[in-house]
Design a protein around this ligand. Structure first.
Ligand SMILES: [Zn+2]
Ligand SMILES: [Zn+2]
Length: 264
């Protein structure tokens, strides 16, 4: 019944999450080595061998690094749009039998309905996902999860999609002041991160949560935090007010950390 969801890890060191129903287990992104993914799943009592599919948002290593090690797991189906699959295949030694979707389309995978939507980010054709399960009836009420990381700003169509979600994962990547003060990153990288095709700041996440507000939201995970240019406290301070007003639960996912299962 319903779905359960756990973020295996989040941030520039790697992003991946497990979403499962009674019959289906999928990963959203696979930004860790296959060995590390197997270990993270094992800690949850799950196995990489039992994963049915991976849905990829874009080709950056922190979302897709696991693909090279998945040659040993031919039963896992890999879904991506054409541009993302093309970019990734070029760097792989083994040939993946890609399941290609069109950005903006909705497809079924087993008992899941998966919609992708374009996001502005400096990759070939990055997307977010809205993944739904169940029918609109009392026995199996429809539930959905929105996955929204790696975007420089949130256009109107993105705001509309996330309003449909019961559970929302949204990026709160950096604190602009900490990013400006950072001494490790050259100016050009700071420009890229803070730009229109970079990553959402804490303030941008707060603005999004305040203005796209939906009574459907039951829990919001704030994720993809920068280790050097953000802190869980800064994210919580920025985003607490709009979510408290909604009576919506929230978790800040510290860089490198995962989350326990959330059932919905
Ligand atoms: Zn990323
Ligand atoms: Zn990215």
């Amino acid at each position: 019944m319903g779905m359960r969801f756990s973020i295996l890890g989040s941030g520039s060191a790697g992003n991946s999450a497990l979403l499962q129903t009674d019959n289906t287990r999928v990963l959203v992104d696979a930004g860790f080595s296959a060995k590390k993914l197997a270990g993270l799943l094992e800690a949850l009592g799950e196995k990489l061998e039992s994963i049915d599919a991976i849905f990829l948002t874009h080709e950056h290593g922190d979302h897709a690094a696991g693909l090279s090690g998945l040659a040993r797991y031919p039963n896992i189906r890999v879904f991506a749009n054409h541009a993302t699959s093309h970019a990734l295949q070029a760097g792989l030694k083994h040939r993946i039998p890609w399941n290609v979707f069109e950005t903006g389309s909705t497809f079924r995978f087993r008992d899941l309905e998966v919609s992708s939507f374009a996001v502005p980010h400096d990759a070939q054709e990055p997307v977010g996902f809205l993944i739904a399960h169940g029918e609109d009836d009392l026995l199996s009420p429809r539930q959905s999860l929105a996955w929204l990381t790696d975007l420089g700003h949130a256009p109107q169509h993105v705001r509309e999609r996330i309003r449909e979600a019961d559970v929302l994962v949204v990026e709160a990547n950096h604190c602009p002041q900490m990013l400006q003060a950072d001494t490790k990153r050259p100016w050009s990288v700071k420009q890229r991160i803070g730009g229109r095709h970079g990553h959402l700041s804490n303030e941008a996440a707060r603005e999004l949560l305040s203005s796209a507000t939906s009574p459907r939201w039951r829990h919001v995970f704030l994720a993809h935090l920068s280790r050097d240019c953000n802190s869980p406290t800064a994210v919580e301070t920025a985003c607490r007010a709009p979510l408290a007003a909604l009576d919506c639960g929230f978790s800040v996912v510290a860089p490198g950390a995962g989350t326990p299962f959330f059932n919905f």
